[in-house]
Design a protein around this ligand. Structure first.
Ligand SMILES: NC(=O)C1=CN([C@@H]2O[C@H](COP(=O)(O)OP(=O)(O)OC[C@H]3O[C@@H](n4cnc5c(N)ncnc54)[C@H](OP(=O)(O)O)[C@@H]3O)[C@@H](O)[C@H]2O)C=CC1
Ligand SMILES: Nc1nc(O)c(N)c(N[C@@H]2O[C@H](COP(=O)(O)O)[C@@H](O)[C@H]2O)n1
Length: 282
């Protein structure tokens, strides 16, 4: 099996100590001079099908990457200080996130209305249900298990233009869930929430401000993060132009379930384009 693509090897090369590269001699080389040196550097990365799907119907996890590119993803994780995902992914996927500290972003650590009706707080703390916690509690031989950090913010006092009527209750619930997570080995890091959340704003806008999240991470010593998803996190990072590099794996499959089976024929690079040939099986 081949190693990681050359472009990534030179991208994520670890520089020898003492070499003075501005602004910091730290792993990530693309966008070496970040626009804002007060935040973690971001590699935004995900896998998609040729019809641009990153998940199946109802958020079903799709296994898009082939063996080699999944290995490359695992390798790329080790080249960052943190792996960053939204709580939607943390709850939906049975993930390992091995190789760097997992960072999970969730506003209120509150009941998360995911399709399987499990709340993040019920799932995350229990090793038996979540592979990551299993690895933390039973580290693998290469010692990859690290306790996750959960980034959150207490519920805001003002919603819309008015004081939140049930703020006290919401805060109590949030504190209870935070305590459960902490008891389950997670470190909860607080970020400054938006001053108020307008109920009419689209959901991504009302979540934790990504720039503030990246600043907190940098203060905690996380210089580089690999943001893996899911859909809402990718959308909010892109819309705030918070990606120093974008690394996308495109797999020769269709994400839509109603499409009949396809036989993979070949992938070829054609100039800067990727040409994928598939045969439709009737
Ligand atoms: N193909 C691929 O490479 C990948 C695919 N996926 C797929 O993505 C899907 C999950 O995506 P999705 O459901 O959108 O969930 P996400 O993983 O994007 O998590 C979204 C949640 O994160 C919290 N959050 C906090 N701050 C922000 C912010 N600034 N922007 C966005 N979210 C924020 C919110 O939860 P709260 O309400 O608690 O604040 C929000 O609901 C799964 O199906 C998974 O399989 C995931 C990763 C990679
Ligand atoms: N690179 C990549 N290819 C796919 O096909 C994927 N489904 C994902 N998803 C992301 O990787 C996590 C699962 O990988 P591990 O089990 O942790 O190795 C998943 O949670 C997504 O973040 N990525």
């Amino acid at each position: 099996m081949r190693g990681p693509p050359q472009i990534l090897v030179s991208t994520f090369v670890v520089l020898p100590v003492g070499i003075d590269v501005q602004p910091e001699p730290h792993r990530f080389q693309i966008g070496l001079v970040p626009s804002d040196n007060t935040r973690s550097r971001v590699t935004l990365t995900f896998a998609q099908s040729i019809d641009a799907k990153i998940a199946g119907t109802g958020g079903r996890q799709l296994f898009l990457s082939g063996e080699e590119s999944m290995k490359m993803t695992h390798w790329m994780r080790t080249m960052h200080d943190g792996i960053f995902i939204g709580v939607g992914t943390a709850v939906n996927d049975n993930l390992q996130l091995n190789g760097a500290r997992p960072v999970i972003v969730s506003t209120c650590i509150t009941i998360h209305p995911i399709n399987r009706s499990i709340s993040a707080v019920r799932l995350l703390p229990f090793p038996a249900q979540n592979t990551h916690f299993q690895y933390y509690h039973h580290p693998r031989p290469i010692g990859v298990g690290v306790s996750p950090w959960v980034i959150s913010a207490p519920p805001p006092k003002i919603e819309g233009f008015f004081a939140s009527e049930d703020h006290g209750e919401k805060l109590q619930r949030w504190e209870a869930r935070r305590d459960v997570l902490q008891a389950a080995s997670a470190t909860v890091i607080l970020v400054e929430p938006r001053q108020y959340v307008h109920p009419d704003l689209p959901p991504a806008t009302s979540n934790l401000p990504p720039r503030a999240v990246l600043r907190s991470l940098r203060e905690e010593g996380i210089h580089s993060v690999m943001v893996e998803g899911g859909a809402r996190v990718i959308q909010s990072f892109l819309s705030e132009r918070l990606a120093d590099a974008l690394i996308v794996t495109t797999s020769p499959v269709l994400g839509r379930e109603q499409i009949p089976s396809l036989e993979y024929i070949q992938t070829e690079l054609f100039g800067r384009d990727i040409l994928v040939a598939l045969k439709l099986l009737s």
